[in-house]
Unconditional design. Structure first.
Length: 74
């Protein structure tokens, strides 16, 4: 994968987390090797804090450079 670049995912399943995750929203992944090994992903959710979620709730994407830059600055 593209480890040196910022990673992004789209939420495809927000069941049980309706207040914390927005379905179809793009989230930036926070690197966490331990979470990754456990099948989880760390993101900053709608609370503004970073939390772990099952990686099955997300699909990895690789947005075009101009979109990545915009997402990182947001």
């Amino acid at each position: 994968m593209y480890e040196k670049e910022k990673r992004f995912v789209v939420c495809v399943d927000n069941s049980d987390y309706l207040a914390s995750l927005e379905r179809h929203k793009i989230y930036q992944v926070i690197p966490d090797a331990e979470a990754r090994a456990d099948g989880e992903i760390r993101i900053v959710d709608e609370s503004g804090e970073d939390y772990l979620y099952s990686k099955d709730r997300f699909v990895s994407i690789r947005p075009p450079a101009v979109v990545r830059e915009s997402l990182v600055c947001a």
